[in-house]
Design a binder for this molecule. Sequence first.
Ligand code: IMO
Ligand code: MG
Length: 409
Amino acid sequence: MANVAVIGAQWGDEGKGKVVDWLASRAEIVVRFQGGHNAGHTLVVGDQTYKLSLLPSGLVRGKLGIIGNGVVLDPQALLDEIDRVAAQGLKVTPDTLRIAENTPLILPVHPALDRAREAARGAGAIGTTGRGIGPAYEDKVARRAIRLCDLAEPDTLSAKLDELLLHHNTLLRGLGAPEFAKDELLSLLNGWAPRLLPFAEAVWERLDEARRANARVLFEGAQAVMLDVDHGTYPFVTSSNTVAGSAAAGAGIGPDAIGTVLGIAKAYTTRVGSGPFPTELHDEVGRGLGDRGREFGTVTGRRRRCGWFDACMVRQAVKLGGIQGLALTKLDVLDGMPQLRVCTGYRIGGGEVVRRLPGAPGAQAAAEPVYEEMEGWSGSTRGARSYADLPATAVKYVRRIEELDEAPV
Ligand code: IMO
Ligand code: MG
């Protein structure tokens, strides 16, 4: 199969970067199609650890990277990331990175609004990454976004900023946060223009050429199905569609070009930020998973919440996301645990058991996990290269996940 899309099957941080990096060696182009610098993809290559948020992971392997129009792009974050990887010896130039000209930009007003709104929510905060992702997508849909190609039309920027600031300053004022001055934003935009415009192009044409040349394209998803703005645990979600279908609209290709869809899932579950998490563990077992799995956010450094593998939720992600196969990561974190649990469904209101996370937030929060007990293993699974290298009970664990999730691992 030529093209592959990689998406998260839980709530993010499943190890997508590692798998994308591995697949990138077989691809010619790696495309980001949604999200922004809320993503944190860690790649270990030789003696270097790259922490990428916006740059497509394939750049590290010398592949062409494309940022599609479905991404929200913070120019300063991008330029800083380019400088950061340059210091590690990786040169990113317009020859190696192309950005869709119709990509909406994240300006300083967006993180300001993101944070002011989170502060106003108090205990009900979503726990966003504070990067301005939500407000930037709102502006895109509201048709007041400033897009990369607008930097090439400097005469129109002032009027565009007037419209943007009418909206944002009104909100910021209402929230008691400092307002923004147009001239500051204007000089930022004009300053970014010469550095960013050389990367801009109609990437759909390049992807169409790639299709005709049978070049292999890898679509690198960020976040995960359960953080999808439509299908996730709304409102505790990110503001983009994270399902594989999003790659088509977010890059400018037809749905048939997406190819095989690979979902990434951790052998247990983590979540960072607020929101329902039926299999969350608040005890020593959960803390142990977090310590052994080094579960701290790449982007915000927050401690991730940990719990048992939720096969019911991953099954839902498989169906919603169009996932044809799963890559299961961090199995070795479970090494030495005598007993394991896998969630197979939810009990609703102490009665009926369903195989689907309910839609409404109250019902989601009240969903009680129904567990299947599984025997753990004492041996190490580290460095295993085939099923034959795994302890028998570890194989059983993986096989059971395949069965429950209706997708091969
Ligand atoms: P990767 O690609 C895990 C979560 C945030 C918050 C919610 C909304 O590394 O898997 P946002 O800033 O997007 O508006 O925050 O989504 N979130 C992630 N959680 N991994 C990510 O990305 C995430 N990106 C956003 O914690 O709960
Ligand atoms: Mg991450």
